[in-house]
Design a protein around this ligand. Structure first.
Ligand code: AMP
Length: 286
């Protein structure tokens, strides 16, 4: 069932709640792939009912980012959801979510701003205001769907950590379920933005996972000095790669690490051509 309005979703959710059914929410921007599917499968397995939201959220894109060309494939997304056992695909318009002018208009003025300490680093550093947009839309989706569980991928680990913090700080009655990164056999983390890559760039994109895996191998062999671990990346970078960051941070609070341990997550962002790709790995994971 594809629903486009908040009122229709609320009505259905009310019915389910009356019946005592548990509700899972998987927030997405669509162009669904096997990474999204892993979140959807978890929700369908765990919850009586599953809602997948498909919304390319304008307020989390910067002025020079890819809002207009972001892939939109609602028919294919709905088909995948149907086959996966999803009960509702919620695909609102920007107007439905934010009113007529939706940005800088009097229709929509209230934002949820995450703590500065969590956003002044990694993706937040180059994507100013991005996590304000993410927290605001996720909060709205939580209020619309009132899920018991919400599923987020570790692919966007900074986002996951920020959302956990928001849920905790604002006492939002939802349990956040963290789901592992799904990769191609080559190691490349699945992403809707991989569609922008030509074959040569796709090959170059393998550097991200290679750098992370190599760091993990070095860590497993006993190297814990993060500067030494950082330097192992150079062998994988070519002039085609513009490294935005390679950071070693605590898994729970994003504090920078000089000595790596099992709770250290290594975050990387690289631009290849015009495409910005991110990936990460937890050093303690098997
Ligand atoms: P997006 O549509 O890119 O906003 O992603 C929606 C959700 O899917 C987010 O929680 C992402 O972290 C998650 N996701 C995207 N790609 C992957 C992946 N390769 N593996 C696991 N989760 C993913």
């Amino acid at each position: 069932m594809i629903l486009h309005t908040i009122a229709e979703v609320r009505e259905q959710i009310k019915e389910w709640k009356k019946q005592g059914l548990s509700v899972g929410l998987v927030p997405t921007m669509g162009a669904l792939h096997a990474g999204h599917k892993s979140l959807i499968d978890k929700s369908v397995e765990k919850c009586d009912r599953t809602v997948v939201s498909v919304f390319v959220n304008p307020i989390q894109f910067g002025p020079s980012e890819d809002l207009d060309k972001y892939p939109r494939t609602l028919d294919a997304d709905a088909e995948m959801c149907k086959n996966a056992g999803v009960d509702i695909v919620f695909a609102p318009s920007p107007k439905e979510m934010y009113g007529e002018g939706h940005i800088m208009s009097n229709d929509f003025l209230t934002y949820v701003i995450p703590p500065y300490f969590y956003v002044d680093k990694l993706c937040g550093k180059s994507r100013i205001g991005h996590f304000d947009g993410v927290c605001t839309v996720v909060n709205k989706l939580f209020n619309i769907v009132q899920p018991d569980f919400a599923f987020f991928g570790q692919k966007d680990a900074q986002q996951l950590i920020i959302i956990r913090k928001m849920v905790n700080d604002l006492n939002i009655p939802v349990e956040i379920i963290s789901c592992p990164i799904v990769r191609e056999e080559s190691g490349l983390a699945l992403s809707s933005r991989n569609k922008y890559l030509n074959p040569q760039e796709k090959e170059q994109a393998l550097a991200l996972s290679k750098i992370l895996y190599n760091i993990k191998v070095c860590y497993d062999k006993g190297v814990t000095d993060t500067r030494a671990l950082f330097e192992t990346a150079y062998g994988f970078l070519t002039p085609a790669h513009s490294l935005e960051y390679l950071d070693f941070r605590d898994e729970n609070d994003l504090e920078e690490k000089t000595v790596a341990d099992d709770n250290t997550r290594v975050f990387i962002a690289v631009k290849i051509g015009n495409v910005r790709l991110i990936d990460n790995i937890l050093l303690g994971e098997n």
